[in-house]
Design a protein around this ligand. Sequence first.
Ligand code: ADP
Ligand code: MG
Length: 400
Amino acid sequence: PSPTSTTSSAAHRRSSSGVPGRVRVAVRLRPRNAEELVEDADFADCVELQPELKRLKLRKNNWDSDTYEFDELLTEFASQKRVYEVVAKPVVESVLEGYNGTVMAYGQTGTGKTYTLGRLGEEDTAARGIMVRSMEDILVDISPETDSVSVSYLQLYMETIQDLLDPANDNISIVEDPKTGDVSLPGATLVEVGDQHSFVELLRLGEAHRFAANTKLNTESSRSHAILMVHVRRSVKGRHEREATFPRENGNTSHLTKTLKPPIIRKSKLVVVDLAGSERIDKSGSEGRTLEEAKSINLSLSALGKCINALAENSAHVPVRDSKLTRLLRDSFGGTARTSLVVTIGPSPRHRGETASTIMFGQRAMKVENMVKLKEEFDYKSLARRLDIQLDKLIAEHER
Ligand code: ADP
Ligand code: MG
């Protein structure tokens, strides 16, 4: 493999408006664990990070290594705070401005995906992960009178979406808006979040349900994807960038036309995805599974890889519909969201092969260009209330 440029040509796909926003990719190296410190003491790490040069060297042998460029390199000394600031904060800020955003972790099991995204950090606040820190920034910024934040928390395992906030709800379907292509999960529990404490409680509840569900299914959490969705709804006051004219009907006058500045709402979504482990699973069925099951377990992950390859190569066909994960993430890759990916790797030379394939995934993801677009719409409901007319009539008039 040769070093890949960090820039890519702007692709005009799907969306006609919006601004180009390439998927940003950071690499995070976890420190050696106790076992690696002892057992691999005689061996050098298989990677070397040069953060100031934004470069990563992957050792081929004692003499030679391949060099790759990334947007950010986070060494084993990078704090959770720094990781949040580099990987997630720009995305969270966009979400607060009304754009969709995605933060996703990809890597082999045991390299720190959950550590990076999901740590609650209650015993040690410095250890707080991206989910917790994102919500802190969101809650500080929004105003409780006019805005709202609500979350869903899901697990995707073998093409089944389970509700981590309600274990009985174990087969949620994805609904796509035929007009806009937006995907939603109307069956998922949506909980409004008022404060940080209740959010952390929700995460803890979700984790407990995930553990219970996986015990029942006789699988490990590393085999499934955990997906947190944070819906932010804000009303934009005093900044009417658009004007609309609505005809008003009243009893005597047939048509009275009045120019109004309808309130604007911004409905954006932050999606945080803790992906299943990227390692090849043993197809011999070491967990007592059949070959078919083994394939299905990572179907979504391989479909994601295929979509990213297609997007990176500007291919005409992106197989979004091949899995639930890619359907859920269609706005995150090649869509209108701002997307940040953190690929996690370990230092051990024993896992060099898996580390190399993780790095290549990250390299390809860097070539994916989204068209980032504001998620705003007129607040028809409140306008209709003000005008005292029927909502459907108002919408019909405006969209005519
Ligand atoms: P994954 O979710 O990718 O399977 P985990 O997040 O569970 O991996 O991490 C595996 C182990 O490594 C855990 O014990 C975790 O605490 C530890 N770990 C991961 N990343 C770091 C890090 N940056 N610093 C210290 N320990 C880490
Ligand atoms: Mg994990």
